[in-house]
Write a protein that binds this ligand. Structure first.
Ligand code: C2E
Ligand code: MG
Ligand code: MG
Length: 558
C-alpha cells in the first residue's frame, strides 16, 4: 500500500523543481535573444550604411570586422532561436508533469481518493462554497471494523482489494459534490454538503454507507466481510476550525465503535470530556504497569459440603497513589482495548502465584483470562513459563475463561486450552448463564468446572427466573459430569439450596470480600494453612479480616 506512495511523492516533489529550472532557463534565453537582436540591429545598421555608401561611390566598402560580427550575430540568433524552441517543448512537458505531480500530491494511489494532505484544504473549500449558498457541511470519519484481521490473515493484496472496493462503494452512495479521502490505513474521511435544517440527510447517507460497507466482498473466491463505523461532526456549535471539525468526527467515531461498531454517531460535547478522561486513564494505566501498581486480591472459594476453604479466585485491583483502590471493571476494558491486558495480567498472575506458593497444598488459585488474551497463540506457553519461574504447581491452578471469548476464535481457544490441560491446569467456564449459555460451547472444550454467574445466585431466593436458571445449570453440570461453582453467595440461606442442587463449590460476600495479599496471609496463618517460608501470623485465629473489614469469616477450616 505505502510502497506505491514513495515514488509518487518523489515525483510530486521533484517535478515542480525541474519545471522551475526549465522556466528560468527559458527566461535567460529570451533575454539573450533580445540582446542578440539589439546587437544585430546595431551591427546590421552600420554594415548596411557602409554598403549603401559603397554603391553610391562615397566609400570604399563595409568594414570587414563589422561584417564578421554581423555573421556571428546571425549565427547567435539562430542558435538562441533553436534552443528556445527546444526549451518551450521541455517546459510544456514539465507543465504537464507538474499538473500530474500536483494530482499525485493530493491523491491516495491505492484508491484514487484524496489523501490526508488534501482533505483539510478540500473541506475548507467545500465548506466556504456551501456557506455562500446558505448550506452546511458534515464531516464523516469512516473506519473499517475487522479490516486488520483480514489484512493479517490473508495478506496485503487482499487487504488492498478490500480497501479499493470500500472506496468505490463509498463514492457510490455519497452525494456527487462530496469529498472522499483515504486518511491512512482503513480510515476514510468524507465531507458532504447538506441543508442545515435537515441533518437527517446526513443520517441517511451514513445509513447507506454502513449498509453498503457491510456487504460481503468476494476476493479470490472467498467472501470477506468488514463493517464500517462512522463518526459525524458539523461545523456549527462552537467549532472554530476545520481541524476541530475533523477531530470531533474522530471522537464521534470512537463513540460509534464503543456502541458496538457497524453504525454511526454524531459528535456531542460530552464525548470530548469522556475521551479526555479515558485517554488520561489509559496513560495512567500504561505508567502503572511498570510501577507495579496492579496487585492480586483473593476471594475465598469454599467446599459447600464441608464448609472448608479450598482455594481463592484471584481478582485484580489497581492500587493507585492518586486514584485510590480501583476495581477491575474500570481498568480491564481499557487495558483490553489498548493491548495492555497481556502484560498487566501476567504481572498480577506472577504475583499471585508467588504468593500462593506459600499456601497449603490443598488450596488452589483461579485466575481470570480475558477474551483478548485468548487470541494470543503464545498464551499457554506464557502461563507455563510463569509456573516454572514461580515454582507453583500446575495442578493447583485454575484458569477461568468466559463464553464470549470462544466466539472470536474457537479453534485457537481449543488449542490453547488443550495445551493448558496437558500441563495439568484446570479450566473453568466463568459467568455461565449471562451469555449464550450454549451447549455446543460446553461440549467444544473440556471444561473442568462451570461457574454460575453471581447475578443468578444472589437473586435466586426472590426471583423465580434466577432460581430456574441456577437449577438448569446445575442439571446441565450433573448430566455432563462437570462440577459447578456458585458465585455471589451473599447469605447463608442459599447455601443449603445450592448444595441440594449439587453445587460443589461456592464463593461470595457471605464468606468475605476479596482480600489483599496481607489480609489473605493473616487469614491463612490463622487457619494454619501457610507453609514454606511464610511467617505464621501472630494474631489469634477465628477473627480474620475480610476485604472491607466488615465481614466475619464463615468458614470452618482446620
Ligand atoms: P468474575 O470473574 O465473575 O469475578 C467475580 C466478581 O464477583 C468479583 O468482582 C467479586 O468481587 C464479585 N463478587 C464475589 N462475590 C460477590 C457477592 O456475593 N456479591 C456481589 N455483588 N459480588 C460478588 P470484581 O473483583 O469486581 O471482578 C469483576 C470482574 O472483573 C471479574 O468477574 C472478572 O471478570 C474481572 N476480573 C477481575 N480480575 C481480573 C483479572 O485479573 N483479569 C481479567 N481478565 N479479568 C479480571
Ligand atoms: Mg472469574
Ligand atoms: Mg464470574
Amino acid at each position: 500500500m505505502t510502497t506505491e506512495e514513495k515514488p509518487a511523492n518523489e515525483e510530486a516533489v521533484q517535478t515542480p523543481v525541474k519545471a522551475k529550472s526549465a522556466k528560468s532557463r527559458s527566461y535567460f534565453y529570451g533575454a539573450a535573444m533580445v540582446a542578440a537582436i539589439g546587437m544585430f540591429v546595431y551591427v546590421g545598421g552600420s554594415v548596411g550604411t557602409d554598403m549603401v555608401r559603397q554603391v553610391i561611390g562615397n566609400s570604399k566598402g563595409a568594414d570587414q570586422v563589422m561584417v564578421t560580427a554581423l555573421m556571428l550575430n546571425i549565427a547567435l540568433i539562430l542558435l538562441i532561436w533553436r534552443r528556445t524552441t527546444e526549451l518551450s517543448g521541455e517546459v510544456d512537458v514539465y507543465r504537464k508533469a507538474e499538473v500530474r505531480a500536483q494530482h499525485l500530491a493530493i491523491t491516495d494511489p491505492l484508491t484514487n481518493l484524496y489523501n490526508r494532505r488534501a482533505i483539510k484544504d478540500k473541506t475548507t473549500e467545500l465548506s466556504a462554497r456551501a456557506a455562500r449558498r446558505g448550506k452546511s457541511v458534515a464531516f464523516l470519519m469512516v473506519d473499517l471494523d475487522g479490516f486488520k484481521k483480514i489484512n493479517d490473515l490473508y495478506g496485503h493484496d487482499v487487504g488492498d482489494q478490500l480497501l479499493r472496493e470500500a472506496a468505490d462503494r463509498m463514492r457510490e452512495v455519497v452525494p456527487p459534490s462530496s469529498i472522499v479521502a483515504r486518511l491512512g490505513g482503513d480510515e476514510f474521511g468524507i465531507c458532504m454538503v447538506f441543508e442545515p435544517e435537515y441533518p437527517e440527510t446526513v443520517d441517511r447517507v451514513a445509513e447507506d454507507l454502513v449498509e453498503i460497507l457491510a456487504r460481503p466482498v468476494t476476493i479470490a473466491d472467498t467472501d470477506q466481510t468488514v463493517t464500517g463505523s462512522i463518526g459525524i461532526s458539523r461545523p456549527e456549535f462552537d467549532c472554530d476550525s476545520i481541524d476541530q471539525l475533523i477531530r470531533r468526527a474522530d471522537i464521534a467515531l470512537y463513540a460509534a465503535k464503543k456502541n458496538g461498531r457497524n453504525g454511526f454517531s454524531w459528535f456531542e460535547n460530552g464525548m470530548e470530556v469522556e475521551l479526555r478522561t479515558r485517554n488520561t486513564l489509559e496513560a495512567d494505566i500504561r505508567a502503572a504497569i511498570p510501577n507495579d501498581e496492579f496487585v492480586p486480591y483473593f476471594e475465598q472459594q469454599i467446599n459447600l459440603e464441608t464448609g472448608k476453604l479450598v482455594g481463592f479466585e484471584m481478582l485484580a485491583r489497581w492500587v493507585s497513589p492518586t486514584r485510590g483502590l480501583i476495581p477491575p471493571d474500570e481498568f480491564i476494558p481499557v487495558a483490553e482495548e489498548t493491548g495492555m491486558i497481556g502484560d498487566l495480567s501476567m504481572g498480577i498472575i506472577r504475583k499471585a502465584l508467588l504468593e500462593a506458593k506459600d499456601w497449603d497444598p490443598s488450596l488452589t488459585v483461579s485466575v481470570n483470562i480475558s477474551p483478548v488474551q485468548l487470541k494470543d497463540p503464545w498464551l499457554a506457553q506464557k502461563l507455563v513459563k510463569l509456573l516454572v519461574e514461580t515454582g507453583y504447581p500446575a495442578n493447583r491452578l485454575e484458569v477461568e475463561i468466559t463464553e464470549s471469548s470462544l466466539f472470536k476464535n474457537l479453534s485457537l481457544a481449543q488449542s490453547i486450552v488443550g495445551s493448558l490441560k496437558n500441563q495439568g491446569i484446570q479450566i473453568a467456564l466463568d459467568d455461565f448463564g449471562t451469555g449464550y449459555s450454549s451447549l455446543a460451547h460446553l461440549r467444544a472444550l473440556p471444561f473442568d468446572r462451570i461457574k454460575i454467574d453471581r447475578s443468578f445466585v444472589s437473586s435466586m431466593l426472590d426471583n423465580a427466573e434466577s432460581e430456574a436458571i441456577v437449577n438448569a445449570i446445575a442439571g446441565l453440570g450433573a448430566s455432563l459430569a462437570v462440577p459447578i461453582t456458585a458465585e455471589g453467595i451473599e447469605d447463608e440461606t442459599v447455601i443449603a439450596k445450592l448444595h441440594e442442587l449439587g453445587c460443589s463449590k461456592g464463593q461470595g460476600w457471605h464468606y468475605g470480600q476479596p482480600m489483599s495479599i496481607e489480609q489473605t496471609r493473616r487469614l491463612l496463618a490463622d487457619y494454619g494453612l501457610l507453609v514454606g517460608k511464610a511467617k505464621p501470623h501472630k494474631k489469634k485465629a477465628n477473627k480474620p479480616k475480610s476485604g472491607d473489614d466488615k465481614d466475619d469469616k464463615k468458614v470452618a477450616n482446620g
